[in-house]
Design a protein around this ligand. Structure first.
Ligand code: ADP
Ligand code: MG
Length: 228
């Protein structure tokens, strides 16, 4: 895994490309959806068929950080026709919104069922060293700032307490008759993110936004790992 990070650094990546980031996640038991990268329209369709519809398409570009802002995320693609249409639509949007961005490919990912969106992250604090972050995800993250930090590495019990101290914990326990989410799986994911940043000094920052939380498990659908 260290070799994988070194290779990304040698290729000048500051953020690990999707597939490489997922490999790192897999090595630390962090669940991600089935994902492949395509270069052209035909390959998008072939990969979507092999993964199985519905899929999500995302632009892969070093210059694009917030993919959806650039028109670089299309969800719920249900068949070959929609896949082909999404390819045209996304290319047009990127050309218009980010004319200088170089497109390195297109991420085709299994569309996961909707769940409660949370964020799990990690960073290196100059004073305290590695810390992990957990909180409410989605588009209002900046508005509510419902996040809790802990020093890494941490135990599952600490991670459970960290979750417990956020407001989103109330939602995860199930409101208005909704089934409670698998908080245990989230705590395990936080522990593993803590291990990941502690195991590789080249990792500067981890940002899983969102992690979709379900009554049975959770999955990181956007895995951003900053290296340096
Ligand atoms: P970015 O944060 O760069 O805009 P994301 O990969 O987070 O891009 O995608 C944007 C949104 O699309 C996510 O917040 C999530 O709601 C949805 N999404 C992304 N990937 C999936 C997926 N595999 N299954 C279901 N929903 C997804
Ligand atoms: Mg995201």
């Amino acid at each position: 895994m260290k070799g994988l990070i070194q290779q990304c650094l040698q290729e000048g990546h500051k953020v690990m490309p999707e597939l490489e980031a997922q490999k790192l996640c897999a090595g630390h038991s962090i669940p991600c959806p089935p994902t492949q990268v395509a270069q052209d329209k035909d390959e998008c369709v072939a990969i979507a068929q092999s993964i199985g519809y519905p899929v999500v398409m995302k632009v892969l570009s070093r210059q694009i950080v917030h993919k959806s802002d650039a028109g670089g995320v299309i969800v719920n693609i249900r068949n070959d026709e929609e896949m082909a249409a999404a390819f045209t639509k996304m290319n047009d949007a990127i050309k218009k919104n980010c004319p200088d961005a170089k497109i390195d490919g297109f991420v085709i990912q299994k569309m996961m069922p909707s769940g409660i969106e949370v964020v799990v992250g990690a960073l290196r604090n100059s004073q305290f060293g590695p810390v992990v972050m957990f909180g409410m995800g989605g588009i209002y993250i900046e508005v509510f700032k419902d996040v809790e930090f802990r020093l890494a590495p941490l135990s599952k019990e600490e991670a459970l307490r960290q979750i417990e101290e956020t407001k989103i914990a109330t939602v995860l326990k199930g409101v208005r008759g909704q089934a409670p989410c698998d908080i245990d799986a989230l705590a395990e994911l936080i522990v593993n993110v803590g291990k990941l940043i502690c195991d590789f000094e080249e990792i500067k920052e981890i940002d899983f936004n969102p992690v979709l939380s379900y009554p049975d498990g959770c999955v990181a659908v956007d895995a951003r790992i900053v290296i340096g």
